[in-house]
Design a protein around this ligand. Structure first.
Ligand code: PRX
Length: 645
């Protein structure tokens, strides 16, 4: 059956920045002469010292891998996100903050944002932070998270935002990895009325991260906190003392902007490093074109600033464009599952960008909670983080968008800095479940397992040739890992780790990770991380973790656990191990299933056969393949017989 196609409406084609003909012309220009294309589009940003035409693009995916954009230009990101708007939109709302508690919200104008960011920048300077220092941000979704990030960029410090749902151990590892000596946190976060003990977590983490000398603490809930005099500083106290003006630091285009840790298929999370010039050009350009952002629009991305989506599409892209961006502290189903739609009405949101997992969870609640709100302000919907199944896409389109709002299904990664494959609302006919076509300058190629490039309609692994300005530059402190992870599998190409299908119209359908990364509710979790958390428990001898299809989360976490001799499986121990992983990594890594495994299927050389474990977790026993090469083929029968629920 042919895929359903939803054509671009003539209204959209007329009002949008780009219609189909313009998309094709711009795309063509962006790939035939990328340096010329980006030389022109780099000008959307204010440069203290403009880049020279010869410095626009300097890229080599071979050898040591070198990626530089606009490299002799000088700029400041916070000045681009704030100062340049002050003369003509100082009083416009920059950030609408909507609290977890529906009675709490506030609006921060660009002028107010300037004052707060300057104060936070001065506070950081007082605490000893200098250009190039790493500052870790462990905050809930409150305006101070935006102030903190922008304050770092103002003084040239490199921020590393750690999602507030991560455990003290995860925070400690990230602090140590980038040798951060200042943390910005809050007393507590709030989620669906529950208090999250951020300061207490931070205190716990600092026992393992002795390099941290100062902790700047935002008073948010007023909850009780421990205090270490000399180290801990209240934000409101220091803010009252420092000036509300701070000159932006001139930064080289290739100076580091931020580190963001993300899970890979092996070992500990990697510090993805983004630099200044290319990132902000790409974040702002994609935000404008993909969401067709026009002055006066109210834009809402429901991500957390702890993830790249929050960096690029709550903060940097929108603010660089002088947008009004909504920042939401809460969750979709609190106080009830009408919350998103109520917030849309309350703040007259025009553009709404969320994740498939949220859509699936809300879809389960039926149409009534959606229909309780008018949603008349909505014009465009977006999706990100994982493949969206056509059923959820169609529901989002019909019920949430009343069949009048296009959906931009945006494919990208922490590493890519911004959206790479996506519809443009005035240009691209939509197919439910497809991320459609590449953004300007992006050249996807499909390869088979041997690395042969595939032509036309095909299924394979998704790679990218030809850099784009928002691409990550290195793994912080480990350039070799950067080369090995992304450029070794298919030499000369950036390998995304995703599988995809390309159809006869050249549309891309991302099918999901082909490496040992699980995508749980749009969050990336390395199987190796969960395995090492499990084996850190003294009762566990061995563990193997795989993903399996999950109705709401997209993928769930399935763990096979072999206990040490003398230990006995029980429901109690299962609960203990689940709690253990939550404590070691954080609630996002909660195993959905733990299956006791007397043995794991291994080759004679000791390699765990994950393919077989994946099949069993998927409840697909039909095609376990050849098990005769296993050291002990009988373990498979046992695992099949006792498959977990
Ligand atoms: O597998 C792809 C999936 O999420 C991965 C990137 O995860 P992360 O770095 O955490 O960034 C998430 C937000 C950009 C990708 O390798 N992914 C992301 N967006 C989509 C997607 N899969 C299918 N469709 C998407 N729109």
């Amino acid at each position: 059956m042919a895929d359903e196609v939803i054509a671009v409406s003539s209204d959209w084609a007329k009002r949008a920045y780009v219609d189909d003909a313009k998309y094709k012309a711009m795309y063509e220009a962006s790939t035939t002469d990328p340096a010329k294309f980006w030389e022109e589009h780099g000008k959307r940003i204010d440069w203290i010292k403009p880049y020279s035409p010869s410095a626009v693009r300097d890229v080599d995916y071979n050898g040591d891998v070198r990626i530089r954009w606009f490299h002799d230009g000088v700029l400041n990101v916070s000045a681009n996100c704030i100062d340049r708007h002050l003369s003509h939109r100082g009083d416009q709302t920059a950030i609408i903050w909507e609290g977890d508690d529906p009675s709490k919200s506030k609006k921060i104008s660009y002028r107010e944002l300037h004052g707060e960011v300057c104060r936070m920048a001065n506070a950081l300077k007082e605490l000893g932070v200098r250009k190039g220092d790493r500052v870790t941000i462990y905050l809930p979704m409150i305006p101070e998270a935006a102030y903190a990030m922008l304050a770092c960029t103002r003084i040239g410090a490199i921020h590393s935002v750690v999602f507030g749902g991560f455990s003290p151990d995860s925070l400690a590892n990230r602090l140590v990895d980038c040798d951060s000596n200042v943390v910005i946190t809050a007393d507590e976060g709030l989620r669906a009325g529950k208090h999250v003990p951020l300061k207490a977590n931070c205190d716990e983490a600092l026992k393992k991260a002795p390099g941290v000398k100062k902790v700047l603490v935002v008073k948010h809930t007023g909850g009780k906190v421990g205090w270490e005099a000399g180290r801990d500083v209240w934000w409101h106290e220091i803010a009252a003392k420092v000036p509300a003006d701070c000159a932006p630091e001139p930064m080289g285009a290739e100076d580091p902007l931020f580190i963001l840790y993300t899970s890979g298929s092996t070992g500990k999370p990697k510090g993805v490093l983004h630099t200044t010039g290319g990132y902000i050009v790409f974040a702002s350009m994609t935000h404008q074109y993909v969401f067709d952002y026009h002055d006066g629009d109210v834009y809402w991305c429901t991500a957390d600033v702890g993830w790249v989506t929050g960096h690029s599409y709550i903060l940097y892209g929108p603010l660089a464009n002088g947008a009004t961006t909504l920042m939401f502290e809460g969750v979709p189903n609190y106080p009830d599952s009408s919350r998103f739609w109520q917030v849309i009405d309350k703040h007259q949101v025009n553009i709404f960008y969320t994740a498939p997992t949220a859509i699936r969870a809300l879809m389960r609640e039926g149409e009534a909670p959606v229909k309780k709100a008018s949603r008349a302000s909505l014009r465009l919907l977006g999706s990100v983080g994982e493949p969206i199944n056509p059923e959820a896409w169609l529901w989002y389109h019909r019920v949430v968008g009343d069949s009048r709002c296009p959906i931009v299904d945006t494919w990208w990664q922490t590493e890519t800095g911004g959206i790479l494959i996506t519809p443009l609302p005035g240009a691209t006919a939509l197919k439910p479940g497809s991320a459609t076509r590449p953004f300007f300058g992006v050249q996807p190629v499909m390869v088979d397992a041997e690395g042969n490039e595939l032509q036309g309609a095909c299924t394979g692994n998704l790679c990218l040739v030809n850099s784009w300005p928002g691409q990550m530059r290195t793994v912080y402190g480990d350039h070799q890992r950067f080369i090995d992870t992304y450029f070794r599998t298919y030499p000369g190409k950036y390998f995304t780790g995703d599988g995809a299908r390309r159809d006869e119209d050249g549309y891309y359908w991302i099918t999901g990770r082909v490496d040992d990364v699980i995508n749980v509710s749009g969050h990336r979790i390395g199987t190796a991380e969960v395995e090492s958390a499990l084996v850190a428990n003294t009762k566990v001898a061995e563990a193997a973790v795989v993903g399996f299809p999950h109705d709401i989360k997209g993928q769930g976490i399935y763990a096979y656990v072999t206990l040490k001799a003398g230990e006995h499986s029980s429901e109690e121990l299962r609960k203990e191990l689940v709690a253990w992983v939550r404590k070691e990594i954080g609630p996002i890594a909660t195993p959905d299933v733990i299956q006791w495994a007397p043995g794991l299927p291994k080759t004679r050389s000791g390699k765990i056969m994950r393919r077989i474990l994946r099949k069993i977790a998927e409840n697909d026993f039909s095609n376990l393949g050849d098990t005769s090469t296993l050291a002990d083929p009988t373990v498979v029968d046992d695992l099949v017989k006792h498959r977990g629920k």
